[in-house]
Design a protein around this ligand. Structure first.
Ligand code: HEM
Length: 132
């Protein structure tokens, strides 16, 4: 059964399922292990997961709680490439599709797509194809 609404417990499940997958992903896990370690139950991960719960509740339901700026966290963990962001988006889409009905899943990945493009622009990331 796919969820037809968004609330905190459902976001918590999404966030934990997604980052569990991120930690198993060879492309993405080095960035996260470096910043937060490899154990979702440690203190740094606890903080990160809680921040992301609040972030997605703001994005999806307009619930305040997240007051940070997501950009600085990504400025020094790189170098991140466009294909890293594509992998992030792929895993994120897989996860929301497994949990939510299509109308809601689309809203999640629309937000994620916009944010990813902003990060790419703000971080000054060139297209991978430009290297040659
Ligand atoms: C290649 C893609 C990405 C990587 C490797 C990445 C990695 C990270 C890492 C390691 C942190 C934790 C930094 C720390 O606390 O020291 C972080 C924080 C965060 N990320 Fe990402 N991220 C990526 C893409 C995204 C995208 C697309 C979004 C949004 C849709 C996002 C949203 C956030 C938010 C909201 C935080 C918390 C910022 C804060 O502390 O206020 N990330 N990310």
């Amino acid at each position: 059964m796919l969820y037809e609404s968004v609330d905190r417990p459902k976001i918590e499940l999404l966030v934990r399922t997604f980052y569990d997958r991120v930690l198993r992903d060879e492309i993405l896990n080095p960035f996260f292990i470096k910043a937060l370690g490899n154990d979702l139950d440690n203190g740094k991960w606890y903080e990160h997961l809680h921040t992301l719960d609040n972030f997605w509740l703001l994005m999806m339901n307009g619930e305040s709680g997240y007051r940070g700026d997501p950009f600085p966290a990504h400025a020094f963990i790189g170098p991140l490439t466009r294909s890293d962001f594509e992998q992030w988006l792929k895993l994120f889409k897989q996860t929301v599709d497994e949990l939510f009905i299509p109308e809601i899943a689309e809203k999640f990945y629309k937000k994620a797509d916009i944010l990813a493009e902003q990060f790419i622009e703000n971080l000054g990331i060139e297209d991978d194809d430009d290297d040659w």
